[in-house]
Design a protein around this ligand. Structure first.
Ligand SMILES: C[S@@+](CC[C@H](N)C(=O)[O-])C[C@H]1O[C@@H](n2cnc3c(N)ncnc32)[C@H](O)[C@@H]1O
Length: 357
């Protein structure tokens, strides 16, 4: 299930990772997902229908985010009609939470859909967090202002490509509003620090993303799959994701199925004059293999060496650079290659702390 054939994890390790995820869900304000995970954990401990599908786990349960695979498959069964009796427990279905009753329905739902559950939990969960555009957008505006050029955005690890559509959203950042006032997607965040003076969104002349497993939201079941990994009691995030899925279904974000390292080497092979090329990634580079990361860095350095004022290059990254700290937004600009941390931001975009003056 995980990439690693090197290890198997027993019940104790699986339960440990689920317990850790339960703490994170409480901390990140999703008590519903925490409650679902408590029932999942109890089902495993009691040797319920989930147990033979999950234990022993053929990989590292924390790295494989087993807890989110399991919470996701239950929500998917509720959303897609495979387990109608789970629906009333979910916020969108009425939200009548009763842990003992949920535990019974969980057992029935899994027992009736063993192959489905096995198939879904064999795949990594996939998310696409639009809230991260609250940090990306001001970085793009800064690059456009500094270079005086329209943008060519290249996003690696783009998932469904929803953040490639950042200029089709409306932004409410602190007391500042910019973007498309008619957009079905509002990205709202608490703004900390000085406002960088953005009054309009910069022009994008080209956008493209890649992912190892890109999500095509027009393919059957894929929108439900993406929605199923969202914590359903976070109403604002749910609404925002639904809106962005609709936008992407109308005009598909251009996405390639590719490894980030190879793809960057191809995309950056030639300098493009008259535009500022921006390589972006959010909570993605940290998942790349050593080889992918090295290839990606080499492609950026080679392209950076060729960059000029007429064909500048930038890298914008929102990643967890330090353990137990919120993600940092870093900006590197070529020519020059100077890197600065321009903001810190909540992983789901609840707040942005702007540091650049
Ligand atoms: C946690 S998700 C973040 C997705 C998106 N950037 C966001 O912020 O919502 C990480 C993404 O990186 C992708 N990924 C992992 N390894 C990759 C690789 N070597 N090349 C391209 N994409 C990769 C995964 O498929 C997944 O969609």
């Amino acid at each position: 299930m995980g990439d690693g054939v090197e290890m198997q994890a027993g019940l104790e390790r699986v339960v440990e990772t689920i317990d850790q995820q339960i703490r994170w869900c409480y901390e990140f304000a999703s008590p519903f997902t925490a409650g679902v995970l408590e029932c999942i954990r109890d089902n495993l401990v009691k040797g319920g229908a989930l147990a033979p599908l999950v234990v022993p786990w053929p990989g590292e349960p924390m790295r494989d985010v087993v807890a989110l695979r399991l919470a996701g498959v239950l929500q998917m069964m509720a959303r897609t009609g495979l387990a109608p009796r789970l629906v009333p427990f979910y916020p969108a279905g009425g939200g009548r939470w009763d842990a003992a009753a949920f535990a019974r329905e969980l057992e029935n739902a899994v027992a009736a859909n063993l192959d489905f559950v096995r198939g879904i939990i064999s795949r990594p969960p996939q998310t696409n967090e639009i809230g991260r555009s609250a940090a990306l957008m001001p970085a793009y505006a800064l690059i456009a202002a500094r270079t005086g050029l329209p943008l060519r955005i290249l996003e690696v690890g783009a998932s469904a490509g929803l953040n490639l559509m950042w200029d089709r959203f409306r932004y409410r950042l602190g007391s500042h509003e910019v973007g498309d006032a008619q957009s079905p997607v509002t990205v709202a965040a608490e703004w900390r620090g000085a406002w960088p003076g953005i009054t309009a969104l910069p022009r994008v002349v080209e956008r493209r993303g890649c992912d190892r497993t890109p999500i095509d939201l027009n393919a059957p079941g894929e929108a439900d799959r993406l929605m199923s990994y969202m914590w359903p009691d976070q109403a604002e995030r749910v609404k925002r994701l639904e809106g962005a899925i609709k936008l992407a279904q109308q005009v598909k974000p251009p996405l390639d199925k590719a490894d980030a390292g190879d793809w960057l080497a191809q995309q950056l092979a030639k300098a493009v004059p008259g535009v500022a090329t921006v390589v972006a990634h959010t909570i993605a580079w940290q998942y790349f293999s050593k080889e992918t990361s090295e290839r990606g860095h080499r492609a950026l350095e080679d392209a950076g060496a060729r960059a000029s004022a007429a064909a500048p290059l930038a890298r914008v990254s929102l990643e967890h650079y330090a353990p137990d700290k919120p993600p940092a937004l870093k900006l590197t600009q070529w020519p020059g290659g100077e890197t600065r941390t321009i903001a810190n931001a909540h992983a789901h975009g609840l707040w942005v702390e702007w540091l650049e003056v």
